[in-house]
Structures are given as C-alpha cells and as structure tokens.
Design a protein around this ligand. Structure first.
Ligand SMILES: CC(C)(COP(=O)(O)OP(=O)(O)OC[C@H]1O[C@@H](n2cnc3c(N)ncnc32)[C@H](O)[C@@H]1OP(=O)(O)O)[C@@H](O)C(=O)NCCC(=O)NCCS
Length: 153
C-alpha cells in the first residue's frame, strides 16, 4: 500500500450504506474500532430518515464508514472508522464532509470520543470541533468521554 493521498482520493467512492455492505462494515468496526453497532441495528436503520450511514469504497471494497443521527439542524456522529491501511489519505475527511453535503442547513454537530484517541481528536480539532463537556466513566473500561461540538456559522 503506497498510493498517495491524491491517488486514493480519486479512487474512493462515497455512497449510502446498503444491506449488501453491512457485513463488511461490521468487520471493519470490529477490526479498527473494537466495537460495533451490529448487523441487526444497522439493517434496522437502513430506511431511517434521521439516522444515515455512508460507506467509502475502493474497487467495490468497503474501506471506511460513518454514521450520523440528525434532528432539525443538529447532528451527532455515531460510528466513524477507516481501514488502517487507508488511513491519513483523506478518506475520513470525504466521509465526514458527506454529512454536511447531505444536510446543508446543519448548524451543529456533536460526538463523543475517548481522550486517549489522539488520531480522532486530531481529526476533529482540524475540523473545528471544540470540547464542550466530559461524560465520566462513559466507556465500558471506565474511560471518560470527551463531548466535542462543531458549529457551522
Ligand atoms: C479518525 C479516522 C476515522 C480518520 O480517518 P482518516 O481517513 O485517517 O482521516 P483523514 O486522512 O481524512 O484525515 C486526516 C487528519 O486526521 C488526523 N489524523 C489521522 N490519522 C492520524 C494519525 N495517525 N496521527 C495523527 N493524526 C491523524 C490529522 O489531523 C489528519 O490531518 P493531517 O494529515 O493534515 O495531519 C481514523 O483515524 C480511524 O478510523 N481511527 C480509528 C477509529 C476511530 O478512532 N474512530 C473515531 C471514533 S470517535
């Protein structure tokens, strides 16, 4: 794997999650996020108006995905992961940008992240998120969650 960011970005296709993608998404979550929303939940949300998932594919292979919940002008990021082999090549950015493309009137977006997750915190800081609160003992291992928010002005 030695493709440049430019090459990878031109090969990636972002599309809404379909039933056929779900198994690959669960495997991706298990491998690189160590937790999964699960096949049943993903399938039950396929036709939802408020919850939406997008996959990033290269040559028809799922290499990343993002999910969001949206209500009025607010959204919350659910899960977000890119295959480690393809990280830091702009795929996460393309997935993240898709949320706003589909919700042009979006004003605010929030999420929870582990304080130990430096890669993700870098990503969100680069994208203008700020820490607005902490949820104590949020994760199963007792780790707190940082609540981050970005406002679209
Ligand atoms: C967070 C994640 C989805 C980002 O995806 P990505 O495709 O690597 O992101 P992009 O290439 O679009 O974004 C790059 C930015 O993210 C940050 N970043 C990504 N990888 C990084 C790394 N290894 N070290 C430090 N910062 C990193 C940087 O700010 C980087 O910008 P830069 O390259 O200009 O410095 C990915 O790191 C990932 O899947 N992590 C594991 C799962 C996870 O933690 N998900 C988030 C849960 S809240």
């Amino acid at each position: 794997m030695c493709q440049t960011t430019y090459e990878v970005k031109s090969m990636v296709k972002i599309s809404p999650l379909t039933k056929a993608d779900i198994k690959a998404v669960v495997l991706l979550e298990e491998a690189f996020l160590k937790e999964t929303l699960g096949e049943e939940l993903l399938e039950s949300e396929l036709n939802s108006n408020i919850t939406k998932f997008y996959v990033a594919k290269i040559d028809n292979k799922v290499v990343g995905y993002i999910g969001r919940y949206a209500y009025l002008d607010e959204a919350e990021i659910l899960n977000f992961v890119v295959d480690e082999k393809y990280q830091r090549k702009g795929i996460g950015q393309s997935l993240f940008d898709q949320i706003k493309k589909d919700l042009p009137t979006l004003k605010r977006i929030t999420l929870e992240v582990r304080p130990s997750n430096a890669k993700a915190i870098n990503f969100y800081t680069k994208n203008g998120f700020q820490n607005i609160s902490i949820r104590k003992n949020y994760y199963q291992n007792g780790e707190d969650a940082l609540v981050l928010m970005k406002e679209y002005l």
